[in-house]
Design a protein around this ligand. Structure first.
Ligand code: SAH
Length: 466
């Protein structure tokens, strides 16, 4: 099974930096279902193609299967199309082997990560249940040009008719991250096979990878229902194998970036000051049930636990890895039951309405909004202020004006590589005031950390009240 990705933007070999795979090398990776090879059939300044070749081992697949035989019995287990077509295996391989590119990070070419490039992807064999029309309905609304070549079941027996297999090429001026994300979600949707694996957090994974495009996609319902197909057939085998995919959390590099931000802010002990001040606001509001949205590694939760006023704390984050660290640092598995009952950690995205967030007295969103794409803030605003609708909401974000005071931070750069924006006080206050008016909240602004007369404080805080 072969997927190739071609860049024609000179120097086209920058594709190697974006994929974190050197064009001059052939690399092989072991996966639980076989091997994957990455190599470049062409790598010139004008045109560079990376190939991901999957060598699925059908016998190995059957041997490691612990559950009962599949619907088709033994024959179906050994004789099937899995080794030859793009399927959810391809998505697992993309997530595993191109994980930094899928997460939108590049050490060598950070400036290219969000740049639309003239890219095309070719999938040698893709089963398209629903035919070419459905294939086009999936990719064309996203702006792709689609070429599809249909294959007969058997060239020697045309009377057998057409198969569901296509050679597919899609092309668009698009960032590599978006291209990989679309392939990651839509390949298994087209394949819609019963061998499809789904894991406990597959819903969250779909929502995370669907951020920014799935919501508005005209085939949204078909995509979601097909992607989650077989959800009920969750088997131990699927779970065991999916742990592989989980370790491919796109936050693999999050930790180093977090360290970078801490190093810049460390001399101010800003993180502790911020958490103390947020905790004090919550205390003063009288809130008992607290939402910590984008809770990260749970530092605020640890503070809040010390105060009996807070009898329920729900921490949510999009990063599974951060939640695992939070659970460890909070010693969740050894806490006395009474303490443990007060905390719940869930995976979720602030981009989506979520019933689990309703009915809380207060929500805090500490140093999170600057991680959200600015054009998508509107979704977050509704999720928090319209649907979750707590009495009090405390938001903090860096004050960009103060960056001039950080000696180690070059002018014009953000404090954290994952920040999508950093606002001046005026920008934050304009935004917050507009949101307050729109959703019926009053807003008060407070500085966090030592204030500079001219530049203000390093962090800015908005306290919203219904
Ligand atoms: N509030 C924590 C962590 C801040 S770092 C603290 O102050 O220590 C930002 C956090 O936001 C990260 O843990 C990141 O995983 C999370 N995040 C980023 N985008 C998100 C989204 N769409 N939904 C939920 N959490 C998100």
């Amino acid at each position: 099974m072969l997927l190739t990705i071609t860049n024609t933007n000179p120097p086209a070999t920058d594709l190697g930096y974006l994929l974190h795979k050197n064009p001059s090398r052939v690399q092989t990776f072991e996966l639980s279902f076989g091997k994957a090879h990455v190599f470049y059939p062409e790598a010139t300044a004008d045109r560079c193609t990376a190939a991901l070749l999957l060598d699925v081992d059908p016998v190995g697949l059957v041997r490691t299967r612990r559950g009962p035989a599949g619907e088709g019995g033994m024959l179906d287990q050994y004789v099937n199309d899995r080794p030859y077509v793009a399927s959810s295996f391809m998505s697992v391989a993309i997530a595993r082997i191109f994980n930094s590119a899928l997460a939108g990070t590049s050490k060598g070419r950070p400036e290219l990560v969000n740049t639309p490039l003239p890219l095309s992807a070719r999938i040698a064999v893709l089963p398209c249940r629903g035919g070419e029309a459905f294939l086009r309905r999936l990719f064309e609304p996203l702006g792709y040009q689609v070429k599809a070549e249909h294959h007969p079941l058997d060239e020697k027996f045309p009377e057998w008719g057409e198969s569901s297999y296509y050679t597919v090429e899609i092309a668009k001026q698009v960032s590599l991250q978006d291209l990989l994300t679309h392939l990651y979600v839509l390949i298994p949707v087209l394949d819609a096979d019963k061998h499809y694996w789904v894991g406990k957090d597959e819903v969250e994974k779909l929502l995370r990878h669907g951020e920014g495009w799935l919501q508005a996609h005209p085939e949204r319902e078909a995509i979601v229902s097909r992607y989650l197909r077989g959800f009920r057939k969750l088997t131990r085998e699927a779970l065991a194998r999916l742990t592989e995919d989980e370790s491919l959390d796109p936050d693999a590099e999050q930790e180093t970036k977090e360290e970078q931000e801490q190093a810049i802010e460390a001399p101010l002990r800003l993180h502790d000051v911020r958490l103390d001040q947020v905790a004090a606001e919550l205390k003063a509001s009288g809130a008992k049930r607290i939402l910590d949205l984008g809770c990260g590694e749970g530092k605020l939760i640890r503070e809040l636990l010390k105060d009996r006023q807070f009898d329920e704390i729900l921490g949510m984050d999009v990063s599974y890895r951060s939640l695992e660290t939070a659970a460890e640092r909070l010693h969740l598995d050894t806490l006395p039951p009474k303490q443990k009952e007060r905390i719940k950690l869930i995976q979720g995205s602030l981009m989506y309405r979520d019933k689990r967030l309703a009915g809380f007295d207060a929500a805090v969103v500490v140093e999170v909004i600057e991680h959200l794409d600015e054009p998508r803030l509107a979704a977050f605003e509704r999720v928090l202020f319209e649907f979750a609708r707590p009495q009090t909401a405390v938001l903090t974000t860096p004050n960009a004006e103060y960056n001039a005071k950080f000696e180690t931070l070059p002018a014009g750069q953000f404090r954290h590589r994952d920040h999508r924006f950093e606002w001046t006080r005026e920008q934050f206050q304009n935004w917050a005031t507009r949101i307050g008016t729109k959703f019926g909240y009053s807003v008060v602004f407070k500085p966090v950390g030592e204030e500079d007369q001219r530049l203000g404080a390093p962090t800015q805080m908005g306290v919203f009240r219904l």
